[in-house]
Write a protein that binds this ligand. Structure first.
Ligand SMILES: Nc1ncnc2c1ncn2[C@@H]1O[C@H](COP(=O)(O)OP(=O)(O)OP(=O)(O)O)[C@@H](O)[C@H]1O
Ligand SMILES: [Mg+2]
Length: 315
């Protein structure tokens, strides 16, 4: 649904993004993750035909962003960093105005407004002045304007920026509910945001893509090994030695005592193998109590830091 190749943007001598390439499948939510000044907004502006790239190509909903920009705009809903709202208008007339400028035929306009009022749960504020709404509701109105022409693709630039946790959750759920029917790119510099909302993550740093994968695969790829946490009630030394002898286990560390003979262990295991069933049987066979057994996944936050620091100094 979205194909980006070799996208480069220069502002004078400064290259804001370089050779950016990624794909988004139909119905997918892609998280576009990067620190401040990484090039997220720049990329999104190019994909929505707000400005041209210096080099590279992209197709959105089957249309070339350079040669068929009108078609691209028809098929894309864009929520910029600062939602394009008219603060002195009331919500409904504002959306009616957007419907008009987006070329929705007169007879369909009121239906379109009704649809997005419902979709974004803003019916009850439709008669309020936009400028008087809370930030979260302004953001919903922003989403409503992006959705009004029922676009195939949604490009959302930090849609939950500045919202309180409750509003973040609500907007996140709203975005999730839009996937499937819509293909979505969502930018963020907040990591839990993308891991919770997106099936796939593209990480951009200093204008370059440094990783592109599912949150789960990113995790596995970056770890030379995987970590497993266990709580076992039994003699610590014996437990350690026995766990160490299990195939695929590289290291066993005692983490902390929980009380009596109950200890918490951390195991480094080879990636790609699931040794948990064998670990469980081994403990039970030795007549110890297995109290906990879980994989300690590396957080996306750690991955992000690792990837972005790795790129330090690379020109
Ligand atoms: N019009 C412009 N002229 C010159 N430089 C620009 C312009 N727009 C953006 N830049 C620069 O390009 C780089 C990327 O900016 P961009 O806004 O794309 O980053 P971002 O990833 O969206 O960051 P943020 O998380 O802060 O929104 C930055 O160094 C920025 O200063
Ligand atoms: Mg930005």
């Amino acid at each position: 649904m979205i194909e980006v190749q070799g996208l480069t943007k220069r502002y004078g001598d400064f290259t804001a993004i370089r050779d950016v390439a990624f794909q988004v499948e139909k119905g997918e939510i892609l998280g576009f993750l990067g620190p401040n000044a990484a090039g997220k907004t720049t990329t999104m502006r190019i994909l929505t035909c707000f400005m041209p790239a210096s080099a590279g190509t992209a197709r959105v909903a089957g249309y070339d962003i350079f040669k068929e920009s009108l078609e691209v705009r028809r098929n894309v809903g864009y929520l910029p960093e600062n939602a394009p709202l008219y603060f002195d208008m009331r919500v409904r007339p504002y959306l009616e105005f957007v419907a008009k400028i987006k070329d929705i035929p007169g007879r369909d306009q009121s239906k379109a407004v009704k649809r997005v009022l419902g979709l974004c749960a803003i019916e009850h504020v439709q008669n309020q002045i936009v400028g008087h709404l809370s930030k979260g509701y302004k953001q919903r109105v922003g989403l409503a304007q992006a959705l009004i022409h029922d676009p195939k693709v949604l490009i959302l630039d930090e849609p939950t920026n500045g919202l309180d946790p409750k509003q973040i959750n609500e907007v996140r759920e709203l975005i999730k509910s839009l996937a499937g029917d819509h293909t979505i790119i969502l930018s963020s510099h907040i990591l839990p945001e993308v891991s919770k909302t997106c099936q796939r993550v593209v990480i951009i740093n200093k204008g370059r893509i440094v990783a592109s994968d599912t949150p789960l695969n990113l995790d596995a790829r970056l770890r030379g090994s995987q970590s497993i946490a266990m709580q076992v009630r039994g003699p610590a030394k014996d437990v350690m030695n026995t766990l160490k002898s299990v195939e695929g286990v590289k290291e066993v560390k005692v983490q902390s005592s929980i009380g009596g003979e109950l200890w918490r262990y951390e195991l480094d295991v080879e990636p790609g193998k699931d040794v948990r069933p064998v670990l469980a049987t081994t403990v039970v066979r030795s007549s110890w109590d297995l109290v906990e057994l879980s994989t300690a996944a590396m957080s996306l936050e750690e991955i992000f830091l690792q990837l972005t620091t790795r790129e330090e100094g690379v020109e």
